[in-house]
Ligand binder design. Structure first.
Ligand code: GAL
Length: 693
């Protein structure tokens, strides 16, 4: 076992494959000092002898220990499985993640344990994880020999011997003759996650505008229609920073030409200038499949796979030359000033009966096959487009439909075409175990109440996106798709718009808090959105939670779903204050909260200082957030806010600082600055003590 970073160990088993997530990583592991702070418990938990391995014609198998009472979480973005203990999960990339099988836009062969460690199987194969329960013939003691069940009178008795067999994790990796296994020390579950994120290169730090509101217009909108809705948002003071153009901006979109459409956008530069005058950054939809009419087609053809998707090439973006061509073309022709980010669609896979994507049997010039490419296309595609922004030092924050391991530093957020609200919340909760981000984007809705509930969830997510790609008007003017597109707007639209504006403003007031949570993701590997078990692995009451999550260190969000006005919330250890009512609750109990359709229940940790900004409609270079700091509970408290230019990579050269907020009962509040922030982004206008006990 080789120690590759403090608390990170590698075990090379068998004959290794060339194309794996770690080998194709974009960012190097963060300097080791960053990983040093905490004790390393791995030696106590694992010895090499506890890890089994064998290879055969089928592929290879890795076996890892699983103790009584131990619970496992992770496996990337999962919509149906949170506590994975006792289950079987298949790490197959798919655009249908709404199953228990493990299929996902971003399956990640990584898990963490409540015993305080993490395991990464470094493979781009569709590995299957058996997380306990596999009974082998030579297991002693685990299964009782057949007893006489003839006298059984109940189903329980009859099936009594079907209980859990061998306690171990078994990973079946098809095709590969070997894998690297990475082990991440704790000492606690969250430190294992942090080590994994730091080993991936640290979390991403979005530009600050990326944490504001985002909106995407109808797929066939041209400049005229886009400007109309963009103006409406400004005139109605509805916050929005990022505007997304869907497929219609290109001459060909299935597959893509990467050429601006001459009728819809006769003068792209003039259009982009008008958008930026109004304070919008533009995001462009595309996928990597390259249409025969694209100027990139000729150069990319020899660097592509042997199957087409929608007539287009599948460029082998693992090849530096393909990546260079792709990025340079985008930088020159596509990402003109004002284009701040991209939405990378359809880089996952289609696993139903009529596949649109390339088959697993595809061959690529790098030597990859289709299975490996499905796993790695999402990350490779993100890497290619990051190279567009690298020379200018501008940060970007985009959308992507596929991810895999080592993704934490990639500033892209996952989304889906499936649309179940509860699935969306589970995805938000699971993504954080494996260095992923997820947006529960809002589209059309069956009721106004559903719209409110979905918007409430999206404002507490990494990217607050309204994806109106099939709606002519914003969904709050008409929730129904057909009527919306017929301009038949809802009679109560003004009222609905006012509620939506308030929810967007809530998001805007949280931007400084969120930005600082992301800075901790960047430097400390601490996921900004996370399942409560991450902070409380010793509390089994958190294991089964499927609909409440932490945002940063101090907020616990408990979304409601259409048709519900009340719900149960488990509050972990500590004290908590419900944000709207200021009501105080002791932790380690399940409470019932009620909230009308316009409010989402969320709780602030006792001891926190929550800086709330006066909402702005959009963030400019010079925006200074005016903060009211809410102080929760008696005693002395402190909080930190990250401060930098908000949009370039200068922070990587040390151009950033922290604003330290302090509060004590006797002296009141104060703010002080540390570091080298190039500008002042926050002005504290006051402190407000909340303690209704
Ligand atoms: C889908 C994507 C949607 C939207 C649509 C446009 O693949 O998931 O969000 O972009 O394409 O055609």
């Amino acid at each position: 076992m080789e120690r590759v970073a403090p608390g990170v160990y590698k075990l090379a088993l068998g004959t290794l494959e060339e194309h794996t997530p770690v080998r194709h990583r974009y960012v190097a592991a963060l300097p080791s000092e960053e990983l040093c702070d905490w004790p390393d418990n791995l030696g106590e938990l694992f010895g090499e002898e506890r890890i089994g391995f064998r290879a055969s014609d089928r592929g290879c198998v890795v076996e890892l220990p699983l103790e009584e009472g131990e619970h496992l979480f992770g496996f990337g973005l999962q919509m149906r499985t949170i506590d994975a203990t006792g289950k079987r999960l298949w790490m197959r990339v798919s655009d249908r993640p709404d199953t228990e099988l493990g299929d996902s836009h971003a399956p990640v062969p990584f898990y963490v344990s409540t015993r305080g460690y993490g395991v990464l199987i470094d493979t781009a194969r569709y590995a299957t994880f058996y997380l306990g329960g596999l009974g082998r013939l030579d297991d002693r003691g685990a299964v009782s020999e057949p007893a006489d069940r003839a006298g059984a009178t109940s189903t329980d008795e009859l099936y009594a011997s079907r209980g859990p067999a061998g306690r171990r994790v078994v990973v079946d990796v098809p095709t590969a003759q070997g894998v690297d296994v990475y082990l991440f020390a704790g000492p606690s579950l969250i430190e294992a996650v942090r080590r994994y994120n730091l080993f991936s290169g640290g979390g991403c730090l979005p530009p600050i505008w990326g944490l504001a509101m985002a909106y995407r217009g109808l797929n066939v909108f041209g400049a005229k229609e886009t400007l109309k809705v963009a103006r409406y948002l400004r005139e109605h003071d509805i916050p929005c920073d990022c505007w997304g153009l869907e497929p219609g901006w290109q001459t060909r979109s299935y597959s893509c030409s990467f050429v601006w459409h001459p009728e819809r956008f006769p003068d792209p530069d003039a259009f982009l200038a008008q958008m930026s005058e109004m304070g919008y950054r533009v995001n462009l939809w595309e996928h990597a499949f390259t249409h025969p009419e694209s100027p990139l087609y000729g150069p990319l053809k020899p660097l592509s796979g042997d199957h087409r998707v929608w007539q287009g090439l599948v460029p082998d973006l693992s090849l530096p030359e393909a990546r260079r061509l792709f990025a340079e073309y985008h930088a020159k022709e596509v990402a003109r000033p004002g284009v701040a980010s991209f939405k990378l669609d359809e880089c996952d896979n289609q696993t139903r009966t009529q596949p649109w994507s390339f088959p697993e049997l595809s061959r690529f010039p790098s030597g990859m096959d289709g299975e490996q490419m499905h796993s790695l296309l999402g990350p490779l595609y993100q890497q290619a487009l990051l190279d567009v922004y690298k020379p200018s030092g501008q940060r970007t924050y985009g959308l992507v439909r596929a991810g895999h391991a080592m993704a934490a530093p990639l500033p892209y957020v996952l989304y889906s075409d499936v649309y179940d609200h509860r699935d969306y919340v589970r995805a938000l909760m699971t993504a954080g175990f494996s260095g992923l981000l997820w947006t529960p984007e809002v589209r059309d809705c069956k009721s106004v109440e559903e719209l409110y509930r979905r918007v409430q969830t999206v404002v507490f997510s990494p990217l607050a996106n309204i994806n109106a790609w099939y709606l002519k008007n914003p969904p709050w003017l008409q929730i129904d798709r057909k009527r919306n597109n017929a301009d038949d707007l809802m009679p109560e639209r003004d009222e609905v718009e006012a509620v939506i504006r308030r929810l967007f403003e809530l998001r805007m007031s949280l931007v400084p808090y969120l930005y600082s949570a992301f800075a901790e993701y960047r430097f400390l590997g601490l996921p900004p959105f996370r399942h409560p078990v991450m902070d409380h692995p010793e509390d089994p009451n958190t294991y089964g939670l499927e609909d409440e999550f932490m945002v940063g260190r101090d907020l616990l969000v408990a979304p409601l779903f259409a048709g519900e006005h009340e719900r149960k919330v488990y509050l972990p250890e500590g004290g908590w204050y419900e944000f709207h009512t200021n009501q105080h609750y002791e932790g380690k109990q399940t409470i019932t909260v009620t909230a009308g359709p316009e409010r989402i229940p969320f709780f602030v940790r006792a001891g926190a200082i929550l800086p709330l900004a006066e909402p702005v409609t959009h963030i400019t270079r010079d925006t200074v957030f005016r903060l009211t700091c809410r102080v929760y509970g008696p005693g002395t408290h402190f909080a930190r806010l990250f401060e930098d230019d908000g949009e370039t990579d200068a922070y990587e050269r040390g151009e950033y600082g922290w604003v330290r907020l302090d509060w004590s009962q006797h002296e009141g509040g104060s703010a002080s600055r540390e570091g080298h922030a190039p500008m002042r982004r926050y002005e504290v206008v006051g402190y407000e003590l909340i303690d209704a006990r």
